[in-house]
Write a protein that binds this ligand. Structure first.
Ligand SMILES: Cc1cc2nc3c(=O)[nH]c(=O)nc-3n(C[C@H](O)[C@H](O)[C@H](O)COP(=O)(O)O)c2cc1C
Length: 365
């Protein structure tokens, strides 16, 4: 199939992209002591040189003591940390790339490194799952400080020269814990019986980020129905509920909605082929990014479990892009194993694409 739908340019506010391929945010934990070092800059610059249209960084922690749950995940605050990120964006630009950091707070989700845990954790109601208490609810002043930390990080991203920011509002981490009724049982204005009411925390972050970065700097917001705590979780059961979740975020200033699925071809609601990003675009009119198992035979959670994935056809993706169901497509694991994935696809060199298995996560190349 012709690949031009994937290789047409895209422009929106501060973003001018040469194609529709986005490197998905992927935590790699190769930033010793939270500082993204030269190897991290090399890694991203290589993907920029390989013709990725937009690189979204691994999740990087905002300035709250509990924002990260692993010691070698990068921070996005502090002089040494920001100087390191400046080196990353300069290298990416020099290689012809465009990049946004993914601003992250892990909320109540624990890490895997024994003896290393942020205390106290930040979360809406101290819950990791319904009924599973792991801490205390955030106070109003914790919430205000966290909103300010996201805004400061976004302002720093713009000052360092990044082209946009992404807010990690997906996968059961802090912002998503406010969306989800299982983890947000607050009785104040940050809680509520409806999904619309539970968007307040995210909306206030987006507004604060917008005030910091100005009207023309693109704000991407990543969202998911599924959670790391429950892969089957669904917060919006109908297009109407989805609209009630997304429209307050767009009204607050979200520009591009990055709709995380494990398999991009799965319909979001019965009776339509549209996926999550397709519905988000239809309901809000905003540009959207889809993601999930592009060019690979198995999904990333199965891959974490040890299943290998082999290269798979992207024809279904090209058809959806042709139909303009969504605007951009994020590619994760395929870009971990092959920095030249975009270039190879553009040249029709499909026979050179590589399989993925989890051993690839052990090195940063
Ligand atoms: C090693 C790894 C780390 C990830 N870390 C993050 C992350 O920091 N933030 C995030 O939003 N998603 C993260 N994800 C999910 C990816 O962004 C993406 O949605 C997922 O891998 C599906 O895309 P793929 O099937 O093309 O790999 C991670 C995925 C992998 C494989």
């Amino acid at each position: 199939m012709p690949t031009q739908a994937l290789f047409s340019p895209f422009e929106y506010k501060s973003l001018t992209l040469k194609n529709r391929i986005v490197m998905a945010p992927m935590t790699r934990m190769f930033s010793p002591g939270g500082v993204a070092n030269e190897a991290v800059a090399d890694y991203y610059a290589l993907r920029a040189a390989g013709d990725v249209g937009l690189i979204i960084s691994e999740g990087t922690g905002v300035a709250r003591a509990a924002s990260l749950n692993e010691p070698n995940a990068p921070r996005f605050h502090g002089a040494a940390e920001l100087a390191a990120w400046k080196q990353v964006i300069d290298r990416v630009h020099a290689a012809g790339g465009v990049m946004a950091p993914q601003l992250w707070h892990v909320g109540a989700v624990p890490g895997q490194t024994a003896g290393w845990a942020p205390t106290p954790i930040d979360s809406p109601s101290g819950l990791l799952l319904a009924g599973k208490k792991v801490g205390e609810p955030m106070s109003e002043s914790d919430i205000a400080d966290t909103i300010a930390a996201f805004a400061r990080a976004a302002g720093d991203a713009k000052r360092l020269g990044f082209d946009a920011v992404e807010l990690h509002g997906a996968h059961g981490y802090l912002i998503d814990e406010f969306f989800w009724d299982a983890t947000n049982t607050r009785q104040d204005r940050f809680g509520g019986a409806t999904l619309r009411e539970r968007t307040r925390f995210a909306a206030e972050i987006i507004q604060a980020v917008r005030a910091e970065v100005g009207a023309d700097f693109a704000i991407i917001v990543r969202l998911s129905q599924w959670k790391g705590q429950d892969f089957t979780a669904r917060m919006a059961h109908t297009p109407h509920e989805l609209e009630s979740w997304l429209s307050p975020l767009v009204a607050a200033g979200a520009d591009i909605l990055h709709c995380s699925q494990r398999r991009f071809w799965e319909p979001e609601f019965s009776g339509s082929e549209l996926n999550f990003a397709g519905w988000a675009k239809k309901l809000t009119g905003q540009p959207t990014i889809s993601v999930g198992s592009v060019g690979l035979s198995g999904d990333f959670i199965s891959a974490f479990g040890g299943e290998s994935s082999t290269p798979a056809s992207i024809d279904g993706l090209l058809e959806r892009l042709e139909r303009k169901e969504f605007d951009l497509i994020a590619v994760g694991r395929a870009l971990i194993v092959d920095p030249d994935w975009a270039r190879k696809v553009g040249a029709g060199r499909f026979d050179e694409l590589k399989p993925f298995d989890r051993t690839a996560l052990g090195t940063l190349v």
